[in-house]
Design a binder for this molecule. Structure first.
Ligand code: G3I
Length: 350
């Protein structure tokens, strides 16, 4: 028996590396391993080949194409051409689709931010926006998953400040917190089968922001507002992964919601060194192991898989190399960190 176990254990690194990230994630009991993407990148043939490889990615999130500025640039005028390109690719490949996002303070058209709408008008604008975009993508799901679980929507994105107070954007300033329930209820009516999420960053470990999110979810549930999941973005820094991940993930699922790691990347101060890459591998592994250890952590999405298209260098001066594939679309040690993170569960299952 011991010999058989040793044989399988020795084979695992090879088998897992061949298998691809989505395959390894699913073998560990997760729903998917996915990536964010943008349709402009589809002209890059080597990129598209990896993106469309369902052994690597079983789920796609549009990084920008379903945001408010892309979908309702003028009031009541909806454009879905960019998001539809990603939905079509996901459907063709048999990949799950995550909607991102309905309500966010960023990438908002000026007609929303500068409209000076009164509360009833802005509330109806939020309702119309959420219900229209969620309805548009209703049922956009590939057949193999149809009996399994439908796609998810980041209905509310980044509604909290790091100190746990609510973000004072146009929605909060006009409607207080009522826009959150309005958006979630509209999304539920538009697609009753979609999993509805609140998605945020800096909620990976314990702290005032994750506590505020726990309280928000409790209060929504008490008011019978539909809420199915918490999206943990996980834009992390090499060597600085919080030590409280596991306890915090469990604190979220104890609320009776599922969780997903929705935007994982782990950036470093450039230049890249072998030591930083080794630490990055360890950090990816830690995040994956944590999701793996929590039954209701349903999947992990990286915020694009290659440094070629990462958002990090444009947002953080002197930082980058945050993804599991490098800018030449070659796998980095981080890739193996992800495989190893899922492997722990595989070993447990043997
Ligand atoms: O569309 C314009 C284009 O017309 C213009 O020529 C170009 C010039 O810079 O800018 C284009 O807009 C950019 C947009 O991405 C689309 O490419 C914006 O400048 C740029 O700021 C924007 O960045 C996006 C960022 O959200 C905005 O905050 C990133 O691509 C996107 O990856 C990032 O995603 C967010 C998640 O939605 C929420 N969580 C954090 C995450 C990272 O910031």
């Amino acid at each position: 028996m011991k010999l058989i176990f040793a044989f399988f254990a020795a084979c695992l690194p090879f088998v897992a590396a061949q298998a691809g990230l989505n395959r390894v994630a699913k073998a560990a009991g997760k729903l998917y391993f996915g990536t964010a993407t943008n349709p402009e990148q589809f002209v890059d043939a080597p990129y598209l080949t990896v993106l469309s490889n369902v052994h690597e990615f079983g789920q796609l999130t549009p990084a920008n194409s379903m945001k408010w500025d892309a979908t309702e640039p003028s009031r009541g005028v909806f454009t879905f051409d960019q998001g539809d390109k990603i939905a079509a690719l996901a459907k063709k490949n048999g990949q799950l689709l995550r909607g991102h996002n309905c309500v966010w303070h960023n990438q908002l058209p000026a007609w929303v931010t500068d409209g000076n709408f009164d509360a009833p008008t802005l509330s109806s604008i939020v309702e119309t926006h959420c219900s229209t975009i969620v309805k548009h993508y209703k049922g956009q799901i590939c057949m193999p998953y149809i009996l399994f679980r439908l796609h998810s929507w980041d209905v509310i994105n980044e509604c909290l400040n790091d100190d746990g107070t609510f973000r004072e954007d146009v929605f909060f300033n006009t409607l207080n917190t009522s826009y959150i329930a309005t958006a979630l209820r509209a999304a539920r009516r538009a697609d009753p089968k979609a999993k509805l999420y609140i998605n945020d960053f800096n909620i990976e470990g314990t702290g005032p922001k994750s506590t505020a999110l726990v309280n928000l979810v409790k209060s929504l549930k008490k008011q019978h507002v539909p809420i199915d999941g918490i999206g943990i973005q996980a834009h992390l820094i090499v060597g600085e992964v919080p030590s409280t991940l596991l306890g915090n993930f469990r604190r979220f699922t104890a609320l009776g919601v599922e969780i997903a790691v929705t935007e994982l990347d782990i950036r470093m101060t450039l230049p890249d060194t072998p030591e930083l890459r080794a630490q990055q591998k360890q950090d990816y592994r830690t995040v994956i192991e944590t999701c793996n250890a929590v039954r209701d952590c349903v999947g992990v999405t990286v915020w694009d898989f290659t440094d070629k298209y990462s958002w990090v260098p444009s947002a953080f001066d002197g930082e980058g190399d945050a993804c599991p594939w490098d800018a030449n679309i070659v796998r980095k040690p981080a890739y193996n960190g992800i495989v190893e993170g899922f492997r722990r569960r595989l070993r447990h299952l043997l």
